[in-house]
Design a protein around this ligand. Sequence first.
Ligand code: MLT
Length: 412
Amino acid sequence: MSYINENFLNLQQSYLFANIAKKVAKYSEEHPDKKIIKLGIGDVTRPIVPACVEAMHKAVDEIGTQEGFKGYGPEQGYEFLRKAIVEKDYKKRGVDLELDEIFVSDGAKCDCGNIVDIFAQDNKVAITDPVYPVYLDTNVMSGRSGEYNQNTGTYENIVYLPVTAENNFMPELPKEKVDMIYLCFPNNPTGTVLPKEELKKWIDYAKQNNSIILYDAAYEAFITEDDIPHSIYEIEGAKEVAIEFKSFSKTAGFTGVRCAYVVIPKEVKGYTKDGKAIDLNQLWNRRTCTKFNGTSYIVQRAAEATFTEEGQRQIEENINYYRENAKIIKEGLEEAGFTVYGGVNSPYIWLKVPEGMTSWEFFDKLLEEVNIVGTPGSGFGPHGEGYFRLTAFGTRENTQEAIERIKNWKNI
Ligand code: MLT
């Protein structure tokens, strides 16, 4: 008899974005004449910048020669890329890291999901609510949650930290002791940010409680305001308690190319049941060597090119393009009478759905009446109910058209 991991049966519905894609495909099949504009999943639309394309071409030619051929690369990533990350991403922010504190991978979604491997099953997990579903689902899969409560839409044993307009989108510290804390800023899905002094509170909490902060910084490139941290390590003490996830997906348009990295400073410790401190860097390295054979050489060369002067300039142009989309969406929605959050330091715009409507009802109405796809806030957790997310990653034409449709929407 082969028994299954029954924790999987504890998951609710299918994965949020798969669920939406299915709904949209059905609507599209039934209404083939409609032009649907997708501002749902945060997938980019700008082409890969020339600096990266050239780097990939060069790498392809290189591996086609005897001297340049590459087999398995280092599981943790090639030195040239880790060096570029240390020098060009962190040093410029005053953060000193060593090469072996960086682990290059094929995506932050996998990293955020896989990291649970190195933590004990009985750790208490805290997530902000609403939240990127991967943090919760992977902890449910690995047995860190209790039963799901249909009435509250929450799991036992998971600590939910509301992030809503009522608390100005700044989560409060947990009242009880938690062991693993997921934070994502600029936040997915609300598009809001946490100033340095707020983040410092979390680091102090983690130090006092020997907890670990799992900090997802996938959207840091979109920060426009001063004094908003781009990396958690900009804050004193973070290197002792935080693991940071970074991604080239939204920064350099690598959602299809696939490249990301995890930072685990050697100071970050976890504990055995008898109180012995263990380097999480060591554990993650062991896990990586066993389960991963490295990101493709060609892709890592492309990622390296994002740090060149030319690459930085070209990427910034794309980011500005999305920032402009975010402005168009934010201002257009405000003009149409919506209350809107995010969109300033983030590609995500978080709006209040009209009074008396649920997030999913608004999803259906928006799809059916103006043929626009967004993401219902409740799909990100119970405190997302009453909200709705739009992304600025669409094309300019589609973004403008979507906003015009919403402004002219009589039946709202
Ligand atoms: C999102 O839409 O929340 C993201 O694109 C999903 C992801 O990055 O995996």
